[in-house]
Ligand binder design. Sequence first.
Ligand SMILES: *[C@@H]1O[C@H](CO)[C@@H](O)[C@H](O)[C@H]1NC(C)=O
Length: 250
Amino acid sequence: MDKRFIFNLITFLVTIFASVQADNQFYYLKKCYKSDPEVNECLKRSSNYLIANMRQGIPELNMYEPEPIIIDEIGIALGNGPDGYRASFRNIKAYGVSNLTITAVRSDIESNQFQFTFYIPHISARALYESTGVLILVQATGGGSYWGEYEGVKAKVYIKAKPVDYQGKTFLSLQQIKMDFSVKDIKMGVENVHNGNSVIQAALNLFINSNAQDLLKEMKPDLKKKLLMIMKNFVENLFSNIPYNEWISE
Ligand SMILES: *[C@@H]1O[C@H](CO)[C@@H](O)[C@H](O)[C@H]1NC(C)=O
């Protein structure tokens, strides 16, 4: 082979490679097919592939740094009456959610219903809290910082969508989103408690840790509402940027 031929061949291959790259606008997804008998497995792989790309950032979707997740505020109330304990947690930063793995997908492609089960090995949360009232005989009015370590987080998210046509292409539009989650092991506590002393802080921490699952249950309604809002924005961003047949094709 002469040098000229090799040079032409290389130029040709480089050109092809460059055009494939440019064509693949949705490089962060793997396309699934309706006729695939294992379509749920495919959707699972595709979702995990998307998540792996999100960790690196996807500028095309305006996704840059996936960590932390920030929640402005959630509140809990235990007991009623004037001395009932109320706490609000502000400026919550949660680290570790981007380490999630989708472990199962169920779908009804025809009616655009999907259920994702996912697993997050570990979430660390930090927040500021303020509280009023009495908690187990301790006057717990005050504030400070809150920390939580959540081990083995499992969640299910249900999505119902509707196809809509826009500029000659079909997109999905989110109709409904629901979620639930559980945490296998929780460790949490408060620090830098102001208007308090070390005895009160120790009493609070003892109570918090022996009742972590019950406290989470109390936080859940508010937490779910905030998480659903975050997920709704996330899903709507994906749906409005990615045509339906890039996800699932005939
Ligand atoms: C994600 O998981 C890896 C491996 O377990 C760990 O080193 C890393 O700290 C985790 N990331 C976050 C933000 O928790």
